[in-house]
Structures are given as C-alpha cells and as structure tokens.
Design a protein around this ligand. Sequence first.
Ligand SMILES: NC(=O)c1ccc[n+]([C@@H]2O[C@H](COP(=O)([O-])OP(=O)(O)OC[C@H]3O[C@@H](n4cnc5c(N)ncnc54)[C@H](OP(=O)(O)O)[C@@H]3O)[C@@H](O)[C@H]2O)c1
Length: 287
Amino acid sequence: MLGRRVVDAARAAGHDVVALDRAALDVTDEEAVRARMADERPDAVVNCAAWTDVDGAQEHMREALEVNANAAGHVARAAAQQGARVVHVSTDYVFDGSKDAPWLESDPVGPLQSYGATKLGGEYAVAVGNPDHAVVRSAWLFGAGGRNFVDTMLHLGAQRDEVAVVSDQVGSPTWTGHLATALVTLAAAPAGAGGRHVSAGGGSRAVLPTGTFHVAAGGACSWHELCVEAFRLAGVGCTVTETTSAAFPRPAPRPAYSVLGTQRADAPRLPPWQEGLAAHLAERVPA
Ligand SMILES: NC(=O)c1ccc[n+]([C@@H]2O[C@H](COP(=O)([O-])OP(=O)(O)OC[C@H]3O[C@@H](n4cnc5c(N)ncnc54)[C@H](OP(=O)(O)O)[C@@H]3O)[C@@H](O)[C@H]2O)c1
C-alpha cells in the first residue's frame, strides 16, 4: 500500500526510481539484496517491505522477525555498502500506549505485541547497519492499493445498518499520499539543493538529517471517530456505535494511546488526518 505511493511520489519529484515488490526481490535473501543493490547503485533506498499482519505476528513471530528486523538490516547494510542512504518505515506500535500526550522520538519504547517488537528490532538493525539512515515511525495508514481500516469500514457500512467500533484506542490516522511525499523528502534533497554534500553513485548528494523521525498526520482520534468521519464524508448512512477493546478482543493487544508527535525541527509535518481522509475518499470515489 505505502510502497506504491512512494514510487509515485518519487517519480513525481523527478527521481529515477527502481520499484521492487516481493516477487522482484525477497528482502529476507541477504545475498540477493546485496547483489541487487550493487547492480542498481542507488543514492537512496526507501524500505516499505514488512510483515504487516499485526495479529498474525503473534503466532508467526519468527517469520515476522525475519522480515521486520533481519531483512531491514540486510537492506540497510547493502545500501551502506553502496554509499546509499536508507529510509526505513516503522510504527507507533513500538510504544505501549500509556502516555496521554503525543509520543516523541526520545520517549521510551515498549511494544505490547510481537509485531511492535519485531519492528523495533528493525529500527535497531537499520541504525546499526547504516549510519546514513532515517527511521520514520508513522501510524494507522490508509490509502489506495492495500487493506486498511477506512476501506474495510466503508465496505461494511454499505452492507449493514449498524457497526460497532472501538473508541478506547486513539491514534494518528495517516494517508499514504501525505506520508509518501515526506518519505521522498527524507530520502533525497531536490536536485541542486544547497548545504553540505557527500559523493555518491558517481555524483554528489546533499547531506540529510539522520536518526528517528515521527511523521504522522496532525491531530488525533479514535477508530470510532475515524469511522464516523469517513461515513460522513462518504455519505454512508450506517450508524456507528462505540465499543471497547475488551469487548472486541484481538490476538495482539493494541496501545490505548499511540498518537505521534515530534520534537525534531527537521521532521516533515503532515496535514491533519481529516485532510488525508478527504483526499483518500476523493481518490477512491472520483467526483
Ligand atoms: N498499515 C499501517 O497501519 C502501518 C502503520 C504504521 C507503520 N506501517 C509500516 O508501513 C510500512 C508499509 O506498510 P503497508 O501498510 O504499506 O503494508 P503492506 O501493504 O502490507 O505492504 C508491505 C509490503 O511488504 C511486502 N513484503 C513482505 N515480505 C516481503 C519480503 N520478504 N520481501 C519483499 N517484500 C516483502 C509485502 O508483499 P506481499 O503483499 O507479497 O506480502 C507488501 O507488499 C511497513 O513498514 C509497516 O510496518 C504500517
């Protein structure tokens, strides 16, 4: 879902893009990653590949760890060998949800479920594997080309008179269109950008900030509020009642409050979640 959008955003920004899905490159194959990176000799790599089935990762932690942690390290190291920067996507689920104010980059991590733990392993593997890295934590993604909460609820809302949605999990619903543009900005400065440069791929590129960045939509809401707003904007007449996480148990526990904020002046800021939702719906059902 996110990867396709990053490809579009990077091409729109004028970059020469090589897009690889799982069939083209299995990132768990370290030698294949190294060889492909040596062939392409990129200036920057944006890694959107992940085991994203949060509940499935509870039972399949080993497989999730292989993709989310070990393979993240393969990609980061192979990029470093070519002098390329790596932008790696991580998640709000590295936090335990116990705060009642937005989580900042320096806050202590404490994943509640296997998925978050494996993604956290990926953050460390990337940081160790490539000094020129941006680990970008985002949250509650929705967008074209993938399974997501907004599309699932719109589908259900068209079939039912009433749906119950949890109101005791609060987060930062983020449109992939907004996030993708920010990821491209963090991956590569526009041609001719000022500032310090390093040599790469036979040319040179601007030095960009490194470390961990929180990049998610502005504002916050519960899944219930997100569903209500999606139905309102889409003109879906289905009633949305509130339920609780306890009444709707899932294999993997979710953080109660995982809103992302940033303490970094150099982190890209995204528009409010309502704008992302409107953009997604406009694209989904063209006027
Ligand atoms: N969705 C969210 O709410 C959310 C929130 C925060 C962060 N994130 C992060 O955002 C990133 C993008 O997620 P997404 O929402 O776009 O999920 P997605 O649609 O499930 O995309 C993940 C992609 O990774 C691919 N993949 C899995 N194993 C692979 C392997 N071994 N080699 C190569 N590719 C592999 C998958 O291919 P197949 O389809 O063939 O399996 C899929 O295309 C991930 O890092 C995720 O952890 C997502």
